[in-house]
Design a protein around this ligand. Structure first.
Ligand SMILES: NC(=O)c1ccc[n+]([C@@H]2O[C@H](COP(=O)([O-])OP(=O)(O)OC[C@H]3O[C@@H](n4cnc5c(N)ncnc54)[C@H](O)[C@@H]3O)[C@@H](O)[C@H]2O)c1
Ligand SMILES: [Zn+2]
Length: 372
């Protein structure tokens, strides 16, 4: 178990990461104010798996548990309103402490509730997915979707503590688990060669959820994210490196209306495409590009690249917020462990990479067509 500190404008907070972190809950709540009433926000599924343990740990401090639907479609203002009204009816006041137990959806909603209720109340995150442990629970971004788009309403609201316990991941469905592994690979590529080399050797153990492998990978990823957001809380510079693979990923997600890929899977494809693009731009060596692609493939088969024209995907990227003055800019690797931000690429190279990513699928479709 490790303690990692994150600096935020509102003060620093600790992330306890590793096996046994959940056991620190009584101490963490006591530290934030002895007589605070604790309100838990979680989802029925997560609570079914882990609720009784958390109830035992919180004991009499727990005033109420609010269970919300944690489907991505429920990450909206109605869910925020319902949770706030539940809080009012249960007598929550300014001194209330929210403990958010769940994946990124629960964390983003509960975080936004904590940011807004009584203009801001205490918040502890207990992330229960890989994505939440290595990404969404750290950094203070909270918020919900609108029908017009994802994460359009929100606030920067850092938690007061995060307890990231890899043992909670034992109950995660296999596809959700694998999807989170792509974000771990991302941390290796953007800033941690040791993590990347570890993954090259130990991917099989990690996929088996071997506790030691999981602990190492999560700890290193948390350390990376903590370092980046401590230096750039409000996304004005360094934090951009976290978007490696994400310009492609967002285009794939929006072109398939968020139905085909889990986010991490889209990031998996995005990292492959970004490595190919970096190679085409002469930024990355062929060997390192191959290592990134190999590593991404070693997690397992990704849902196929979509049957969408490369020009349409390029247009979807143009619409993404990472364009400045109409020019497409990418976060591209220079070598394993180092990325460059704001790289403007040649449109020809981009289209070539998009065609290349689609190629195996079209070849397969052609073959399938011939055999009919
Ligand atoms: N705030 C940020 O900085 C940030 C960063 C990344 C992602 N996000 C957001 O996070 C969301 C995705 O979160 P996610 O990938 O964690 O998935 P999720 O919250 O959508 O959860 C995925 C599924 O796993 C289930 N689940 C969660 N923990 C479980 C456990 N321990 N055992 C069994 N089932 C469990 C959930 O009930 C759900 O069905 C998106 O809305 C995304 O926008 C936010
Ligand atoms: Zn991501």
């Amino acid at each position: 178990m490790k303690k990692v500190s994150v600096r935020a404008a509102k003060g620093k907070y600790d992330v306890i990461v590793g096996r046994g972190a959940l056991g620190q809950l009584p101490r963490a709540t006591a530290k934030l104010g002895k007589n605070k009433a604790v309100f838990v926000i979680s989802s029925p599924r997560v609570w079914r798996h882990h609720g009784s343990r958390i109830e035992r740990l919180l004991g009499a401090a727990r005033r109420k548990t609010i269970l919300m639907n944690d489907a991505e479609t429920a990450k909206n203002l109605s869910t925020v309103e319902r949770a706030c009204r539940d809080l009012v009816r249960a007598g929550a006041d300014r001194r209330t402490l929210i403990v958010a137990v769940g994946g990124g959806v629960v964390g983003d909603v509960a975080g936004y509730v904590a940011a807004s209720y009584a203009r801001g109340i205490g918040l502890i995150h207990i992330p229960t997915t890989v994505v939440a442990q290595v990404d969404s629970a750290l950094g203070g971004k909270t918020g919900v979707n609108l029908p017009e788009g994802k994460n359009l309403v929100g606030a920067f609201y850092p938690p007061q503590a995060v307890l990231a316990d890899p043992d909670l991941l034992a109950t995660l469905p296999p596809r959700e688990f694998r999807s989170g592994i792509y974000e771990i690979i991302k941390y290796g590529v953007i800033g941690d060669v040791k993590l990347f080399e570890f993954l090259e050797k130990k991917m099989e153990s990690l996929l088996r959820r071997d506790p030691a492998a999981l602990q190492f990978a999560i700890e290193r990823s948390v350390a990376q994210k903590a370092r980046v957001v401590s230096e750039d809380e409000h996304e004005s510079g360094l934090r951009e490196i976290l978007n490696y693979g994400h310009t492609f990923a967002h285009a794939l997600e929006s072109a398939t209306r968020y139905r085909k890929y889990l986010h991490g899977e889209a990031v998996g494809w995005g990292m492959i495409a970004a490595a190919k693009l970096a190679l085409a731009e002469g930024l990355l060596s062929g060997r390192d590009a191959e290592r990134v692609i190999q590593m991404t493939r070693s997690v397992g088969p990704l849902p196929a690249w979509p049957a969408v024209a490369p020009s349409r995907l390029a247009a979807a990227m143009q619409a993404d917020k990472k364009t400045r003055a109409g020019r497409l800019r990418f976060v591209l690797p220079e070598r394993i462990g180092k990325v460059r931000c704001g790289v403007e690429v040649s449109p020809e190279n981009l289209l070539r990479v998009l065609r290349e990513c689609a190629a195996p699928q079209s070849a397969m479709r052609r073959r399938a067509g011939r055999s009919q």
